[in-house]
Write a protein that binds this ligand. Structure first.
Ligand SMILES: CC(C)(COP(=O)(O)OP(=O)(O)OC[C@H]1O[C@@H](n2cnc3c(N)ncnc32)[C@H](O)[C@@H]1OP(=O)(O)O)[C@@H](O)C(=O)NCCC(=O)NCCS
Length: 180
């Protein structure tokens, strides 16, 4: 089974069961999930384990790793009808280094190379400039606003919907190697 997707500055490593305590710690840290994600993104260790046990080839979780092997973020893809959606977050000390966009590009290369899909999408809060820049740098286009589509910290928030189509991606650019 696939374990590692390698890029120039960062890698994506599949999350193993023994990694779940770290992931659960991250998911429960509001600094990690960020101000634009709902508190119900948080889950107990048991809930995280139950969800992990039900993952399929359409829903996979990865760590963003630096080249020294340190785990510094999360990226996941999950099914949304006949196409896939992605989500991501980095630990605060690793933000603003330009590495999230590279991680998203690796994920896009991997998904278009390994799955017969024509579309990958992502939502971001309309205030989440960093996330919008990440998606745009990775080749996603903004499609429009999903109004009042997520309840975050006491209010219904508008989100932008972004997508990248297979025809816009054309060829792998960032993924350099996969290891099983
Ligand atoms: C969204 C997130 C993953 C972006 O990661 P990042 O490593 O900071 O992104 P990058 O370093 O690749 O930066 C991308 C761009 O956003 C800009 N940026 C980063 N943080 C920013 C901020 N707080 N405000 C405005 N712009 C910001 C960067 O300068 C860069 O722009 P540039 O290409 O013009 O220089 C990170 O902020 C995060 O984990 N946030 C919490 C979780 C979250 O919101 N996830 C997304 C849910 S849709």
């Amino acid at each position: 089974m696939l374990e590692l997707l390698e890029g120039k500055n960062v890698n994506l490593r599949i999350v193993e069961k023994e990694d779940l305590p770290l992931l659960s710690e991250w998911f429960n840290d509001p600094e990690f999930t960020g101000r634009y994600n709902p508190f119900d993104a948080q889950k107990s260790r048991i809930e995280t384990e139950k969800k992990y046990d039900k993952l399929t080839s359409e829903e996979r979780w990865f760590f963003k790793e630096n080249k020294d092997g340190s785990k510094v973020g999360f990226l996941g893809h999950f099914p949304q009808g006949r196409f896939l959606e992605i989500g991501y977050a980095l630990i605060p000390s690793e933000r603003r280094k330009g590495h999230c966009a590279e991680a998203v590009k690796i994920m896009v290369d991997y998904l278009f190379l390994s799955k017969e899909i024509v579309r990958i999408q992502a939502y971001t809060d309309t205030r989440n400039t960093a996330s919008q820049k990440v998606l745009e740098k990775a080749g996603f286009k903004r499609e429009g606003v999903a109004r009042k589509s997520m309840f975050v910290r006491g209010e219904w928030r508008d989100r932008y919907l972004y997508s990248i189509l297979r025809g816009e991606w054309k060829e792998p650019k960032t993924l350099t190697k996969t290891t099983s």
